[in-house]
Design a protein around this ligand. Structure first.
Ligand code: PEP
Ligand code: MN
Length: 275
């Protein structure tokens, strides 16, 4: 039976389990974190430009896909291991950490060698062998919500990972499919707030895939932080109009300083910092 909300007191968050990525970088504390970079790693120069821009605003984590889950098999599928090498190189040059997706069970050992955080994509949220494979490691895992999955299914997917021993889990709300077609997906801010109540894991939001439109990323990101997100995963590209994937939802790297300044205004309201 559903528990009625207790209107005498505000909902309290579940006992939190911050995820330590490095001794000086923890996700799920009062510091709200930024993970930014291109949808796909396309070239050394492109990834390096992203790393430089992320580091310059004080960001700690570079994102970028090397193995891409694309709706069409004719679309760019990523650079594979070469993309992982590029990501690691440019991240190391600027002292950044790397989050990147493992698309298949057989990629997990390879991705784990290069990444600091292994991303599991929306389309793979219920790919149980993949959840078990990352569950066997100690590497932090960023688990995207399936775009057709309920909050309960998402949290149970996280339990599949923890059931194998790995509790270094970061949840990420990335928008769900609704009847609305004006945007690629619909950012479920309810899910951000509720996952923080029901689950011990930090909850991030991805306003890029949640909206599919560069002009909506900033307002959606503001909403996500107001709903309590512990961080953001955002697509930035040096030249969005020529991106090989998701250019329409990518912000130009030149907007990073403004983006960070705007996010800091929101987190300050909640006595949290940003980056
Ligand atoms: C991505 O982050 O590039 C990505 C493919 O995201 P999702 O799995 O949420 O579609
Ligand atoms: Mn993308």
């Amino acid at each position: 039976m559903n528990r009625l909300p207790n209107i005498q007191s505000l909902p309290t968050d579940a006992t939190k389990k911050p995820v330590t990525i490095t001794p000086d970088f923890v996700i799920g504390s009062s510091d709200v974190v930024l993970m930014a970079g291109p949808c796909s790693v396309e070239s050394y120069a492109q990834a390096r430009a992203a790393a430089e821009a992320v580091a310059r605003v004080g960001g700690r984590v570079l994102r970028g896909g090397a193995f891409k889950p694309r709706t069409s098999p004719d679309s760019f599928q990523g650079l594979g291991e070469q993309g992982l090498e590029i990501l690691r190189d440019v991240a190391d040059e600027f002292g950044l950490l790397v989050v990147t997706e493992a698309l298949a069970v057989e990629h997990v050992p390879l991705v784990a060698r290069y990444a600091d955080i292994i991303q599991l994509g929306s389309r793979n949220m219920q790919h149980y062998p993949l959840l078990w494979a990352v569950g066997e490691l100690h590497k932090p895992v960023l688990l995207k919500r399936g775009f057709m999955s309920t909050i309960d299914e998402w949290l149970k997917a996280a339990e599949h990972i923890s059931s194998r021993g790995n509790t270094n889990i970061i949840l990420c709300e990335r928008g769900i499919r609704t009847f609305e077609t004006a945007t690629r997906n619909t950012l479920d801010t309810n899910a951000i707030a509720l996952a923080r109540q029901l689950s011990p894991y930090p909850v991030l939001a991805d306003p890029s895939h949640a909206t599919g439109r560069a002009d909506l990323v900033l307002p959606a990101a503001r909403a996500a932080l107001a709903a309590g997100a512990d961080g953001l995963l955002v697509e930035f590209h040096p030249d969005p109009s020529n991106a090989l994937s998701d250019g329409q939802q990518s912000l130009p790297l030149s907007m990073l300083p403004h983006f960070v300044a705007e996010m800091s205004k929101i987190t300050a309201v909640f006595n949290r910092s940003f980056t």
